[in-house]
Design a protein around this ligand. Sequence first.
Ligand code: FES
Ligand SMILES: [Fe+2]
Length: 392
Amino acid sequence: MKIAKKSAAAKRGARAGVDIATTKPGTPGGVFMRQFWICAHRSEDLTAGRAKPIKIMSENFTLYRGASGKAHCIDSACPHRLAQMHLGWVEGDDIRCVYHGWKFDGSGQCVEQPAEEAGFARKVRIRAYPCEEYLGMIWVYFGEGAPPGFPPFPRRETPGLVQTWNVEQVPCNYLQSFENSMDEVHVAFTHAPGGSHANLSRDLPIISAREEDWGLLRFGARATGKVRQTLHYAPNVTRVIVPPVAGMEGVGGWPEIYFSFTPVDDENHVWFITSHVEVEGEALEAYRAQREKYERQLAGAKTSVALANELMAGEHYYADVRHPDLAIVQDIAVQAGQGRIADRGRERLGRSDAGIIAWRKILTRELKLIAAGKKPKAWKSPPAEVVPTLGF
Ligand code: FES
Ligand SMILES: [Fe+2]
């Protein structure tokens, strides 16, 4: 296993002995992440017959959707003279480079070279990565060998409405957002108590967490004795039940959300969010109509990241964005405000950070094993019966 030289970020994280924030190829963190399916794109944003560039974990790729509807992910550079493949033409489920017309099939095999001798094409491949779709998202396996089972989580059998949310690119390392999702206490302070958040902030939960063979199971215990259970699937997905946004209360139940925090590079990541609300029949129609109204209201507004940047620059008071609908803005401002790569050596963690502490321990252990060339943990597919609970 080839391990790259330590980056500046690695030196900053030296207290832990390994750089838990980086996902660059060849680093222990990069090797760790590439053991899993990674959420790479929203399905509806990739049209059949089109190719586009994506950057994931500091590497560039081409993503395209063939005529069959199947999504394909290949290296960004053509193996001939390195032209960008996303400039090319999608032909059926193949893609043809725009520079000299070399054509590759969905498996990455070169199948045509207009100006070359017969027999050369079969010796040429572009690397292709396994690609599947679930939860309205395209998932790619960037690792070596066969991918783990798909989908990465138990397939939902319950009826309901599945919706994908706006895709947001957040200007900081992915681990800050994943850690934030393990921090239930911040909800009472960051997200404006009152309205639909009233229950959450009535009393603060005592946090605990348990390592599972699929990730981390976290508990938030209230004084009432009720426990909210949240799932953190390795390496970067949180599955949680959250309150409805303002205006959506009473239309359906509380949505269950799958958050994927996908690294673009070490200083940026993307939020891919799918929600599932158990509504059927007339209730489903009422929910859909209300949600569309809500989305129309937001349509003219600035992006969450733009608003969060202005908040961080002091151009608004935090009080101005203290509305439950702006939870994403509030989260981005808090997390990106920690710095592009938070200096964890300067933190003072407490009892309420039990989830974060547990995940960092797992990550540190795994990255040390990888750095030492030892066998990391054999992660398993999560069982269907472990689900998030509301805890009220
Ligand atoms: S660079 Fe792609 S065909 Fe020449
Ligand atoms: Fe939050």
